[in-house]
Design a protein around this ligand. Sequence first.
Ligand code: SIN
Length: 531
Amino acid sequence: MTGWEARADLVVVGSGVAGLTAALDATAAGLRVVVVTKDDVDAGSTRWAQGGIAVVLGDVPGDDTDRHIADTLTAGAGLNDAAAVAAIVEGGPAAFAQLRTRGAVFDPSPSGDGLARTREGGHTAYRVVPAGGDATGAEVERALVATARGAAGLPLLTGHVGLDVALDAAGRVVGLWVTDDHGRPGLLRAPAILLATGGYGQLFASTTNPSAVTGDGIALALRAGATAADLEFVQFHPTVLHTGPAVGRRPLVTEAVRGEGAVLRDRAGVRFMTDVHPLADLAPRDVVAAAITRRMAATGSDCVWLDATTIDGFAARFPTVFASCRDAGIDPRVDLIPVTPAAHYSCGGVVADVDGRTAVPGLYAAGEVARTGLHGANRLASNSLLEGLVVGGRAATAVAADLAGPRPMLADPVARPAAVPVADRRVVQRAMSASAGIGRDAAGLAAASDAIESATGRVLPADRAGVEDAALTLLAQAVLAAAGTRRETRGCHVRTDFPDRDDVWQRESLVVTLDGDGRPVVGGGVLAGAA
Ligand code: SIN
């Protein structure tokens, strides 16, 4: 082959909470691990997570894992895999303890004899553990990167872009086609690849996700023959700072602000969540985001307002939000904060079990890129860092088990990366934002598909921009097809032409595969349902 070659037991693609946890655990299990990431190590979503880690540590009166499981199932609106929910929630305390041994520091409780807790939408207890006030993801990422660079001595290949999974004639993983940080193509030969590339928030013009979050891992997996599911469930965070029409990553205003007592008000100053849900401003995220969208439409306003003026010590408790507000000329101690919903989290992804195994031998997925069944139709706040920790660790154990014993020589890959459908990402983002946000209908979804189709050609992605554009194009087609097929409103999938939940869809996850031309095909499939 042309270019360079290297070898490992496990190649981890992505360097957020799931990828680094898996890489560290797999290294500890004696595997030769290489982490590849297309940008800097902390360029993904993990470091932007604010609220905290949802985990039951046994020291909050009235809370227990059954309650955390029940809240997760309620938020997921009937589409969770109940066994996956139990496994991940129950695995939380041990995974959290291990993260602390890796140096992550969490906020102390006011009395100083335990850890602080906050609450977010959909949680019926104070069980979310914050770090740095509202900088939890930054602390998690810092600790994991420091451990990886320190004692673990993990090779972290930044600026390396995964082009395609390399497969042998039997469809087993034999490596990853990659371009290195000088743009040179090469092959990382390995019997195991773990995808931990995050979601696809950049499908939308306005998102809380950084620019690197373009669905690359899902595209890699689908092209390798894996399946994806629940892709229509794009979670919109109810509150990002509204500073006028915006494109790209928007500053998040963590739900923990509402957990500490802030309330939403419309342009007339009226609280509106009290009429919507028994948990009012702390209803599950899909409920709050949809209610805000309806209120904005009803009042002809392009935002609503978060009233956090009652929170004592706002600047110290929420330093990240405070800094974003101050940059925009807003002082949350005295001003209402203008907020709108924005694309935030991909509840679906590559179909994987709670050990990260996908349908392709040797291909694993963990974190936001994966659909384990934890989230169903709507993720419970702060369950994402939890999932990354637990499934990242379990995937490392699974890879070590799968590679144990004598290993056959790795065969050569049977194919090289080929041309795939690619559209201009600005067209994709415009079309998705116009028609596939909160409030979708058949006509809008069809119009978005047509707009993207007419901007699509076939290209051989050879660099980061090409890989990202190809992934965004594929994800847009898949999300539009799945959203058009699911003719009901459930969780964060809101259809204005089918405004009610329909029990026919109660246990049905839409499964996406690729046809011979590399285009997504949506089929029904009962992957799992809540008990
Ligand atoms: C937030 O802090 O509101 C976001 C946390 C999450 O998405 O889980």
